[in-house]
Design a protein around this ligand. Structure first.
Ligand SMILES: [Zn+2]
Length: 219
């Protein structure tokens, strides 16, 4: 399975789907749309280095789009750039922000990715041939707010230490981020019968095959 996670700022993807990104047997790429230079804690160069260190922990390839903060929108230039990257990587799933989020950059990322998801499989003349991803999974970096009701949760109990290791690479944000990740993963885990979980919404319904149902019955 191949996934392409797209976050507005360095650390968003790791917060929202760091457990998924930490799983073995998954080929992963992370796009950071901005360098997070608008952070009140540090500058963009530091955040870029932190993101590179986190990607190493997760064995993910990292891509920086260098879009200035507060300018992440579904504009044609950035959208076609993202479409080209999707077509090159050919991921099964895109993973990004849910739109009901107080941060304008997170909302911008949602709209940009949703448009690129459609256009990557459409007849848009670019150097790379079209590629249709199976689905978009949506996360909310701090999913206890804004009425984020997940369509499913992912059991990340086994990979939670790896997720934390990646998040600790974002030292400038650590004190702010870790307590929230701790609370969210435990809340959605405990309410689903596992220790730690990441909540997701999906653009389209998932198909559940007979094998998956039998697997569920065994648990
Ligand atoms: Zn963010």
């Amino acid at each position: 399975m191949k996934i392409l996670a797209i976050g507005a700022h360095p650390d968003d993807a790791e917060i929202g789907c760091g457990g998924l990104l930490a799983m073995e047997g998954v080929s992963k790429h992370i796009v950071h749309l901005s360098n997070g230079e608008t952070s009140k804690y540090t500058d963009g160069e530091v955040r870029r280095q932190e993101a590179e260190a986190a990607a190493q922990v997760l064995t993910a390839q990292v891509h920086f789009f260098d879009i200035p903060g507060r300018q992440i929108t579904e504009n044609e230039t950035d959208c076609l750039r993202l479409v080209s990257l999707i077509r090159e990587i050919r991921p099964d799933y895109l993973v990004t922000h849910w739109d009901l989020d107080g941060h304008p950059d997170h909302q911008g990322a949602y709209h940009l990715v949703r448009k690129a998801f459609f256009l990557s499989g459409a007849r848009v003349p670019l150097d790379v041939p079209p590629w249709k991803c199976r689905n978009i999974l949506y996360f909310h970096p701090f999913s206890l707010g804004y009425g984020f009701t997940p369509h499913f949760v992912l059991d990340i109990t086994a990979v939670y230490p790896k997720k934390l290791e990646a998040l600790r690479c974002h030292q400038s944000q650590e004190s702010f981020v870790l307590p929230q990740v701790e609370a969210v993963s435990r809340y959605f885990g405990q309410s689903s019968g596992v220790e730690r979980a990441e909540p997701f919404r999906a653009e389209m319904p998932f198909v559940l095959h007979r094998e998956s149902l039998l697997e569920l019955r065994r648990k």
